[in-house]
Write a protein that binds this ligand. Structure first.
Ligand SMILES: NC(=O)c1ccc[n+]([C@@H]2O[C@H](COP(=O)([O-])OP(=O)(O)OC[C@H]3O[C@@H](n4cnc5c(N)ncnc54)[C@H](OP(=O)(O)O)[C@@H]3O)[C@@H](O)[C@H]2O)c1
Length: 283
């Protein structure tokens, strides 16, 4: 059986976890990263997935996991360039290399009608993939949790700075999912017929408010509710702000999805909320 998998964004939190899982379960991986080496499989340095020699090196690969993405744009790296442009490059690379399957991580809440720049870029990336003619699975994840995940990292930084900030009421919900479960689902999506040409919410078994979630995760650390206006202003004016403007928009968007559909398609039993918390870096 062909077990050759290419992974873009393999230096990121999800890419590292999925790549390691695949390598441990007998897949041959090539990681496409812009700097450093992945500590599993082979690594190729690529600036933008458009280098001419790449397709030869990936010829005959079974699938391409496209995990490059950004949730905070800057003048140098805006959403259009990174989330849409590099997805176009990934599709073109798949076609040149003869890779027929692409797996993409979009975002929970992405919708044609959204007016949030981040979601618009993810929607456009989804459309590029759907129109490409490649077989695809597009996942729309809520917060993916595990050792080193970006949300736990942000909360750790806030603890180190004296208190954990909950913007506004904290009553908006999320549906966190453990990265180890994500790795298993992604592996299944590479082969599984039920995953073919589908968009699937990648959400855990339980919804939880942000306020509850933070309390459960940070234990005895001090929690500080701040006015939403204050959190938003800091996000707007400072690049070092813990939350980006779009992080706040996604939080208050109160996005939840269908875990039942994910469980039905994958035929997996997912890690429960309490177990998931134990696996995160803070607990
Ligand atoms: N983690 C979550 O909870 C979550 C939730 C919803 C959706 N997602 C999506 O899942 C994907 C992976 O997320 P993650 O948590 O692993 O993110 P991450 O840790 O920030 O990793 C992002 C990856 O994309 C690469 N990248 C970013 N900008 C790039 C650019 N301009 N050129 C080339 N590579 C670039 C990064 O490379 P460097 O290491 O070189 O910076 C890194 O490998 C993203 O598309 C994200 O939007 C994640």
């Amino acid at each position: 059986m062909n077990k050759k998998i290419a992974i873009s964004g393999a230096s990121g939190f999800v890419g590292r976890s999925v790549g390691r899982f695949l390598a441990e379960t007998g897949y041959q991986t090539i990681s496409l990263v812009r700097k450093n080496r992945a500590n599993f499989g082979r690594t190729i340095i690529s600036k933008d997935l458009a280098e001419k020699n790449l397709s030869r090196q990936l010829g005959g690969f079974l699938a391409f996991l496209h995990f490059i993405g950004t949730g905070r744009q800057t003048a140098e790296h805006d959403y259009e360039t990174v989330n849409v442009g590099l997805t176009r490059n990934a599709i073109s690379l798949c076609k040149r290399a003869g890779i027929r399957k692409i797996v993409y991580l979009s975002g929970l809440g992405v919708d044609k009608k959204s007016n949030l720049g981040y979601f618009i870029s993810k929607f456009k990336a989804e459309q590029e993939i759907i129109r490409s003619g490649l077989d695809y699975t597009i996942f729309r994840p809520s917060y993916i949790m595990g050792r080193g995940d970006p949300l736990s990292k942000m909360l750790s930084d806030q603890i180190a700075a004296g208190s954990v900030v909950v913007p506004g009421s904290g009553k908006y919900r999320l549906q966190p999912i453990l990265v180890h479960d994500v790795a298993q689902v992604v592996a299944k999506s590479i082969h599984g017929k039920h995953f073919s040409r589908k968009i699937i919410d990648l959400v855990g078994p339980q919804t939880v408010t942000y306020d509850r979630f933070v309390r459960d995760l940070v234990g005895k650390a001090k929690i500080r509710h701040v006015e939403f206006e204050q959190a938003y202003h800091e996000a707007l004016v400072s690049r070092d702000s813990q939350f980006g403007v779009d992080d706040l928009s996604i939080l208050v968007g109160d996005y939840v999805g269908s875990h039942r559909r994910l469980a039905n398609i994958s035929k997996m039993t997912f890690t429960g909320y309490r177990e998931m918390l134990k696996a995160c870096s803070l607990s």
